[in-house]
Design a protein around this ligand. Structure first.
Ligand SMILES: [Zn+2]
Length: 76
């Protein structure tokens, strides 16, 4: 089995197209569930990570950012 590395801002192509006809999605948030938005119609949805990994055909673009998890930590 293959583990697919997913990062926020990645563009992924899924095997199964969205009802609108597009199959390119942008990753918004990664966790135990992944939030993706359809590039064609702009609708977003949350998919189980396990399910999504099975549905990914290929990763088109990856941002490969180390871990920009923390931001806006207001310290004087
Ligand atoms: Zn769509």
């Amino acid at each position: 089995m293959q583990i697919i590395p997913l990062h926020p801002n990645d563009r992924i192509q899924l095997k199964k197209p969205h009802p609108c006809g597009g199959n390119i999605f942008l990753v918004l948030r990664v966790g135990s569930a992944v939030r993706i938005v359809c590039e064609q119609c702009g609708r977003d949805m949350t998919v189980d990570r396990v399910k999504l990994e099975k549905a990914v055909r290929q990763i088109l673009e990856t941002s490969n950012a180390p871990s920009p998890e923390k931001k806006g930590n207001a310290q004087p």
